[in-house]
Design a protein around this ligand. Structure first.
Ligand SMILES: C[S@@+](CC[C@H](N)C(=O)[O-])C[C@H]1O[C@@H](n2cnc3c(N)ncnc32)[C@H](O)[C@@H]1O
Length: 411
């Protein structure tokens, strides 16, 4: 495909998402299924452009003075992909499948710089107005800068699986992909964010992945898993195990010593844990699913650590899922708060006296984080928070946004 056709495809996907309230993934798939003529480079180009426009939806419309996907795409090419005006004009106007010639106003806007100094924080930071009080509560004056970092493209982080390898081996195996130490943790490895129109390296097809040497896991998620502390030889319950990202990190920290249990109230989400844990060389994991009767029998007040990676809005992961910030509603946020209180109350009885309950979210909002912890401690005076919570953000830590609190049960 030539550039003009690719740009029209990106505009079509963005319009389809809006008209039918589709997630980006589904709208891109629908386009891809119908576009047999599109090769892998075309698909990477279109999806990269769609995601970049979603990351910067408001600031692009603001700079272009119009609320259409046609101008947002042009703005993204100019200011995010660094195309010059002549190239944009040619792709829009000169090619048979292009979006159509630029207007004078569009050309004029594209000739200037992207200046967001006068834009209000939700525009400069690219998030919906209704979230501004939530962002302001956590970040105050720096909220536009924090949100702008959440609108950047994310690197691919890996966790060297110490049950099978170490960071040195993984760095060597993925040298050609530009692997570097991610910093902060000895076993965290980072591949740089891909160029705008390219796909991230398909690390899951690398032979080292099949051998279980590493997992794809954001550095923030790895740091959050580390809140479990020294757990080798202990009894550990991963109460919201989902697909097992944290489970495998906990397993590596345990070094196959002690007993790890994985549970999730939604059994379907746990489908991947068995093959993943086998590949990773985990031998001390028991999977407990709600398909069994009384799946957590025998674990009451027995756990040294109960890890609650709670359901949340996922606002800390907007770099990777930029459509989520536009789809989130106040009602969904409210619903999550109820789920978070419930999951903490359900998980707490498994902690033994003197044991620890770890509460983690990948959200930035205090309502899902500090407020839930405070409400829990009020309902459960036998627990206490002994250290300041963990807070990670793309701007300050170069990770996805994460929150974590360690709550100790009285001996
Ligand atoms: C953030 S996701 C977990 C991600 C997973 N820990 C990982 O690292 O890959 C939250 C999970 O909590 C589960 N969940 C929600 N409510 C729950 C409850 N009351 N009890 C147990 N699990 C629950 C959801 O099904 C979902 O899989």
């Amino acid at each position: 495909m030539r550039d003009g056709g690719r740009l029209s495809a990106a505009i079509e996907v963005l319009s389809d998402m809006e008209a039918r309230h589709k997630p980006a993934r589904l709208a891109l798939k629908a386009w891809g299924d119908g576009a047999r003529y599109a090769g892998s480079k075309d698909r990477a180009f279109v999806s990269g452009l769609v995601l970049d426009v979603l990351r910067h939806r408001r600031s692009l419309a603001w700079a272009m003075g119009a609320e259409t996907d046609r101008v947002r795409v042009a703005g993204a090419l100019r200011w995010l992909w660094d195309w010059d005006l002549a190239r944009i004009a040619a792709a829009y106007g000169d090619e048979p499948h292009g979006p159509g010639p630029l207007t004078n106003e569009e050309s004029k806007r594209l000739s200037g710089d992207l200046d967001l100094s006068q834009a209000p924080p939700p525009v400069a930071g690219d998030y919906p107005d209704w979230l501004d009080p939530h962002m302001a509560r956590v970040f105050g004056e720096t909220r536009a800068a924090e949100a702008a970092a959440l609108a950047a493209r994310a690197p691919v982080d890996l966790r060297a699986n110490t049950l099978k390898a170490d960071a040195g081996k993984v760095l060597h195996a993925l040298e050609a992909q530009g692997a570097e130490p991610a910093g902060r943790l000895p076993n965290a490895v980072r591949l740089p964010a891909p160029a705008a129109s390219e796909r991230a390296a398909a690390v899951e097809v690398h032979p080292a992945f099949a051998k279980g040497w590493f997992e794809v896991q954001d550095l923030g998620s790895q740091i959050a898993a580390g809140l479990a502390g020294e757990i080798a030889g202990k009894q550990v319950l991963d109460y919201c195990a989902g697909g097992g990202g944290k489970t495998l990190a906990l397993a590596a920290a345990m070094g196959n010593k002690g007993q790890l249990y994985a549970y999730d109230s939604d059994a379907r989400r746990m489908t991947d844990i068995t093959p993943r844990s086998q590949r990773a060389g985990v031998r001390n994991l028991q999977i407990r699913t709600p398909m069994e009767k009384d799946p957590l029998r025998g674990l009451d007040a027995k756990m040294d650590v109960v890890f609650v990676d709670a359901p949340c809005t996922g606002s800390g992961t907007w770099r990777r899922h930029p459509d989520a910030k536009w789809r989130l509603s106040a009602e969904q946020l409210e619903r999550r708060l109820g789920e978070q209180d419930a999951v903490l109350d359900q998980a707490a009885p498994f902690v033994k006296p003197g044991g620890r309950l770890i509460y983690v979210t990948c959200s930035l909002f205090a309502e899902e984080n500090e407020d839930r912890v405070a409400a829990f401690l009020e309902r459960h005076p036998d627990f206490a928070s002994t250290e300041p919570p963990l807070r990670l953000s793309p701007l300050t830590d170069g990770t996805d946004g994460f929150f974590g609190a360690v709550l100790e049960k009285a001996p």
